[in-house]
Write a protein that binds this ligand. Structure first.
Ligand code: ATP
Ligand code: MG
Length: 385
């Protein structure tokens, strides 16, 4: 007998020719989140993935596997040989351990050579359970517990179906540069794109000493939380102070936020080029702040050649907060450490910047900017989280 977890995938099973590629990625991602455990096997079996738990705690393993995108549901199960007596013995044992008043057995015969068909086996095992436990009855429509028995190459017995997160296996859509601040929004944005199969490479603009080491630690912590869904994340901590101070020194105050944004996009694109990433992802949401109007996004996006994904664009702050709570980033995001954009917020920021005027202002930086961008990329600290 083996303790296993049955892992079911949905959407990805529909991907035709890519099917095997998707499933292999899913297997890889499951292995990645379980790498701290020894003696675990993850394998593909007939349209499923089976995780063999061995001596490890099945609860701990489920908690990890549940966070892998591309999984529709999972069930802790036992795997036994195809032997009727053994099935009877194991299902009785299981029924005695569980607390219920009504039940059903849902047997499925995948192997046509097995002597009983699905219906016969369900009825037979239902009878065995009734004989072995008092004060219970069969209820086919609304049972307290449903005992599933699947007869395939081996036999699986389980009575729990846990929902997965859905989505697609991380990596199947490529990789994105996630502009990760210490705020509430960008971690949620990273989560959403990862759910669509993009592996994020996080980029944090750090304006030390205006933003403290604690602010950086907070971003690392956020990356760690997102990494639970992804396996691991590469984080660039970009030294942003020199460029930011130059902008403040040389450009009109009310344009500062927009200009900072443009330089962030430029640096992010440089890193994307170096890493071979196919897009940028931000936590912007329409109308949330001055720099998140259509006009501002036109101006900040204008410097980027890659597509910019803004998965939160149509969400309310409250909806985003709810997601952050669900994902587990909220508590960390609200820690009160300064953010490089809030330190230098102009009193009257421009909400409808004109591209021409912004470009005009950037002329003041024309000479130093390319070198400052290059240095920022080169001097970035790279942390594998
Ligand atoms: P967040 O909660 O994600 O910080 P926000 O509502 O504070 O977002 P802004 O500060 O305007 O909004 O930032 C918009 C987006 O720009 C962020 O979601 C993030 O993707 C990116 N960004 C802002 N500041 C930084 C930073 N210091 N490092 C990396 N990305 C940043
Ligand atoms: Mg912010």
């Amino acid at each position: 007998m083996k303790q296993v977890i049955l892992v079911r995938y949905g959407e990805i099973a529909l991907k035709g020719l890519n099917r095997n590629y998707f499933i292999d990625l899913l297997v890889r991602n499951i292995k990645e989140v379980l790498k701290q455990f020894s003696n675990i096997k993850v394998k593909k079996v007939q349209g499923r993935i089976i995780v063999e738990v061995n001596e490890n705690s099945i609860e701990e393993i489920i908690e990890k596997v549940q966070k892998v995108f591309g999984i529709v549901s999972l069930s802790p199960a036992i795997l036994i040989e195809k032997d009727l007596e053994l099935i009877e013995e194991k299902i009785s044992e299981r029924a005695l351990k569980r607390d219920f008043k009504s039940f059903r057995v849902s047997a499925r015969r995948g192997d046509k050579k097995f002597p009983m068909n699905s219906q016969e086996l369900s009825t037979h095992l239902g009878g065995i359970i009734l004989k072995n436990k008092d004060n219970i009855k069969v209820d086919l429509h609304n049972p307290d517990i449903n005992f599933f028995v699947e007869v395939r190459e081996d036999v699986y017995i389980y009575d729990e179906v846990i929902n997965g997160l859905g989505g697609m296996p991380v990596g199947c859509s490529g990789r994105t540069a996630l502009l990760l601040s210490g705020g509430i929004d960008s971690p949620v944005a990273g989560y959403m794109m990862a759910k669509r199969g993009l592996q994020p490479v996080a980029i944090y603009f750090h304006a030390f000493p205006y933003t403290s080491d604690r602010a950086k630690e907070k971003v690392i912590k956020l990356a760690e939380i997102i990494a639970q869904y992804i396996g691991k994340i590469k984080l660039y901590v970009v030294p942003f102070t020199d460029l930011q101070l130059k902008i403040i020194e040389k450009c009109p105050e009310k344009q500062i936020t927009i200009l900072i944004r443009r330089y962030m996009s430029r640096i992010a694109e440089e890193i994307a080029k170096k890493e071979g990433l196919g897009s940028l992802t931000t936590g912007e949401s329409l109308g949330q702040v001055a720099s998140q109007t259509q006009e501002s996004m036109l101006v900040t996006g204008e410097v980027a050649h890659l597509p910019i994904f803004r998965p939160l664009i149509g969400l309310d702050k409250l909806e985003i907060i709810r997601m952050a709570e669900k994902i587990g980033t909220y508590e960390t995001s609200i820690l009160p450490y300064e953010d490089c954009c809030t330190i230098f917020v102009p009193k009257h920021p421009e909400t409808k910047p004109k591209l021409e005027r912004i470009k005009e202002s950037e002329k003041a930086l024309e000479e130093e900017a390319p070198q400052l961008i290059k240095e920022a990329v080169e001097n970035s600290e790279i942390i594998i989280v």
